[in-house]
Design a protein around this ligand. Structure first.
Ligand SMILES: [Mg+2]
Length: 200
């Protein structure tokens, strides 16, 4: 969560510019406020189990972020936390399961599918890469790196798409040619996860 916080703070203006092009220009500000609150909520709670920390993070996002990203990532993190349950630590297969639950949470709430120009276009290939790496017993840092690369490619792939969900869908064909801000921040979140895993 600290790595995500640093990443969204650093890219706040970029995310806001992307959202200004096809949305309402609040994505960078919203995520920066939300993950700052998450880091604040987790401060001094180092004894929390991973699953409980994820649930607290999700609840904090829901209560501090307006717009779609707060409820969507809030639901994602709570689902991931529930998937981890009472585990004291987690391995790559458990991380893949948690991220699958996160994607399910986002799709249940937002009803988006790949190709709609949303978070799902970055998160789906990332989750697939995590599961494939877990199934292959590959090294965790490499797998999370591959997942982040898949998310970045997924975000790039939203450029030629016409938005079918969210505020950008109101623009119809005029949403074509712009990178989706939610898919872009999703790739930032996956890169932050890679840094956290690499730092051990
Ligand atoms: Mg917005």
């Amino acid at each position: 969560m600290r790595e995500v916080h640093f990443a969204v703070q650093a890219e706040r203006e970029y995310l806001t510019q992307l959202d200004a092009a096809i949305g309402d220009g609040d994505h960078g500000t919203n995520l920066a406020r939300g993950f700052a609150a998450v880091v604040g909520a987790l401060d001094g709670q180092d004894e929390l189990l991973p699953g409980k920390a994820l649930i607290l993070s999700g609840k904090t996002l829901v209560s501090t972020v307006g717009g779609a990203s707060g409820p969507l990532w809030g639901s994602a993190l709570r689902r991931a936390g529930r998937a981890m349950g009472e585990a004291v630590e987690f391995d790559l297969p458990a991380l893949a399961t948690a991220m699958e639950a996160a994607l399910d949470g986002i799709q249940d709430l937002g009803a988006a599918v790949p190709g709609d120009k949303t978070i799902v276009d970055a998160l789906t290939p990332a989750v697939q890469a995590l599961r494939a790496g877990a199934d292959a017993n590959a090294a965790v840092v490499e797998v999370v790196g591959a997942a982040a690369a898949a998310a970045e490619q997924g975000a790039l792939d939203t450029v030629p798409m016409q938005a079918r969900k969210g505020r950008a869908s109101y623009l119809g064909e005029r949403s074509i040619g712009h990178k989706d801000p939610g898919a872009t921040s999703t790739a930032l979140i996956l890169r932050a996860l890679e840094r956290a895993v690499a730092a051990g």
